[in-house]
Design a binder for this molecule. Sequence first.
Ligand code: FES
Length: 295
Amino acid sequence: MSEQASAPGESRERRERSSRPAETGPQQQERRLAEKAARRRSREGGERARASEEGTVHLKVFRYDPEVEGKREPRFDHFHVPERKGLTVLDALIYARDRFDPSLTVRHSCRQAVCGSDAVFVNGRQRLACRTQIADLEEPIVVEPLPHQEVLKDLVVEMGHFYDQMDAVEPFFQPDSLPSDPLEEQRQSRENREAIRAATRCIWCAACTSSCNIYAGDDRFLGPAPINMGYRFYMDEREGSDARRRRLAILDEPHGVWRCQTQFSCTEVCPKDIPLTKHIQEMKREAVKNDLKFW
Ligand code: FES
């Protein structure tokens, strides 16, 4: 039997009705009630969906869990979180974890840009989740783990290599001598304090190293944060002479300061506004000065 062509402009509902077998009165009544209920459900569903998205922010969060079957394939999950004044990316992630999916994993601790544990990649840039205001971002807000680091789960990355590089520059004070009285201060001039002030702000968040193209391709490169840490102690006038010499030798290596190509990406993303590229260049100058010989 050939399919009957419909007249132009004939509604779909009318065509469906004409193609149905003849119905008895009670059947018609039953069908109409079912259609009405379906229409109401669909209208209410739409309103609920709109209500749940109005006044909310749309988060698109990277998910990956190598230990759970079915979650080994990286993917993005979408969360709609109620918006409020002062909401940060970390607040929104915590809300999504507490209300929608307890398996969503993100490192955090202080929630005030001090511990450095919640650096993530938000809308294509390394940022501290606790310091990033939702109101300043375009939606959907895409939250991913720090690039160039091994992902352990969701937004959590392996930090072992970064900490090893930090340890390599001996990030602690090693004066030649200590005052005989333990209560006596080791005084520092105002000028020297001012010179290293910015370098002392590092919170070991690894946003800078994650943004560095050189670091991504050379895992022996110390990276911006460890070089900044070397700078902080090398430039401190209270530091011991042996420690200064040793630290400069560590930085003056092919995979030390000389690998930096002054791309400034580290300086751009640093959440503490440390002029990292400048500090790296200053250590290059110190290395050159140290190698100059005058006969
Ligand atoms: Fe500590 Fe963000 S939670 S720096």
